[in-house]
Write a new protein. Structure first.
Length: 381
């Protein structure tokens, strides 16, 4: 089989080959703060393309993450633990992994010269722009070039598929959406298509570019939601929730503000820790409190009873707060640090300051009143 990677996406360095009993600490070591892009691979062209895309993405990221090939056939424990499949892509940091979707660009290559003609080269440049816009934490962009009708049939689904050229959106190793045709594969066209499938980029902001990334877009009629992050699982969960909502609200963009690299912005907004969420719109800057449902659903019936109310209120109160869920067992150190002794517990964050409260009942009305009351307090008593 002769599937190929894009012309500028040749694999140069893979920092680790991982199986269950070899190099797994690269992924699961809690002290490993440097991100690792882990591609769950087989011996096939799509795996090769995903690894190549990971290497290119790593080269774009200022944190210079490592790239790991996890050999799927020899890593059943890792795959079971993270619910990964062949062609899954994860970003690991501090021992925790988070799956990211893949945009796989499939295009033609000349069978004799083994080089792509001008059209695929132009589309490849557009996809590189998409990769730069999304960065490491939101989407992996990869390219696969095919030369024969048999390969087109395999990778683009023949008459029933999107055809060549196409972009395949993959989650959990499976194709969940596709867009085909020359006209659709432009930078703007792909970005719009990805947004329709809840994929939007998240810009990383520091003091140096805060005006350009936050203030200027807001003054130009946009809406920017800035999430102050410290690299913890909670910060990333809040960021993910904010990005998911932004994808459903045209004109909204999302920015990650790095606490350690943004002292001026942190002081200006009165932020004492993470997470903290601010909305920039016009001349106004409004803070959105963060409410965390700390649960342990697998062993806690009241947690399961509360979850439907939390899910409903996360949508209903989206303009007033960011409401997310965190598993206390999977985030034990966080729960202990806050003094959480029972679940379910609601944790409120405003400006990075936290306090906790226990729900008396699990109805939507009771929890709504409790959340609104907690928001109105503004800080721990």
């Amino acid at each position: 089989m002769s599937g190929r990677n894009g012309p500028e996406e040749k694999v140069e360095i893979v920092h680790a080959i991982v199986v269950d009993d070899l190099n797994a600490t690269v992924l699961i070591d809690p002290s490993q703060e440097k991100p690792v892009i882990a591609v769950f691979c087989g011996d096939d062209p799509i795996s090769e393309a995903l690894v190549a895309g990971a290497v290119v993405t790593a080269g774009m990221d200022p944190r210079k993450p490592d790239v790991a090939k996890v050999i799927a056939g020899r890593s059943p424990e890792l795959m079971d633990e993270h619910e990964a499949t062949l062609h899954s892509v994860f970003v690991f940091s501090c021992g925790k992994g988070r799956e990211i979707p893949v945009a796989l660009h499939v295009d033609r290559v000349d069978e004799l010269s083994q080089r792509p003609p001008a059209g695929p080269m132009k589309r490849s440049e557009a996809m590189r722009g998409v990769a730069e816009a999304f960065g490491l934490d939101r989407l992996l962009v990869a390219s696969l070039l095919v030369a024969t009708p048999e390969e087109e049939e395999m990778f683009a689904g023949g008459r029933e598929g999107p055809g060549i050229p196409c972009i395949l959106l993959m989650r959990g190793g499976n194709t969940v959406a596709a867009i085909g045709g020359v006209e659709g594969i432009t930078f703007d066209g792909v970005m719009e298509w990805l947004a329709s499938h809840d994929c939007i980029p998240v810009a990383t902001v520091t003091d140096a570019d805060a005006v350009k990334m936050l203030v200027e877009p807001a003054h130009a009629g946009g809406r920017v939601v800035a999430v102050f992050c410290d690299g913890t699982a909670l910060s990333e969960t809040v960021l993910e929730a904010v990005a998911g909502r932004a994808a459903k609200r045209p004109g909204t963009s999302v920015a990650r503000v790095l606490l350690g690299q943004s002292p001026k912005l942190t002081k200006e907004r009165g932020v004492e820790g993470a997470p903290a969420v601010f909305v920039y719109e016009g001349d106004a800057v409004t803070q959105l409190p963060v409410v965390v449902d700390c649960h342990a659903e697998h062993r806690c019936p009241p947690c399961r009873a509360l979850r439907p109310a939390i899910d409903e209120l996360a949508v209903e109160l989206a303009d007033k707060a960011v409401i997310v869920c965190m598993n206390a067992d999977e985030n034990h150190e966080w729960a202990v640090a806050l003094g959480i002794r029972s679940v379910p517990t609601l944790v409120f964050y405003i400006g990075g300051r936290a306090w906790i409260d226990l729900p008396a009942e699990f109805s939507v009305d009771c929890v709504r009143e409790m959340i609104l009351d907690g928001i109105s307090k503004g800080r721990p008593e």
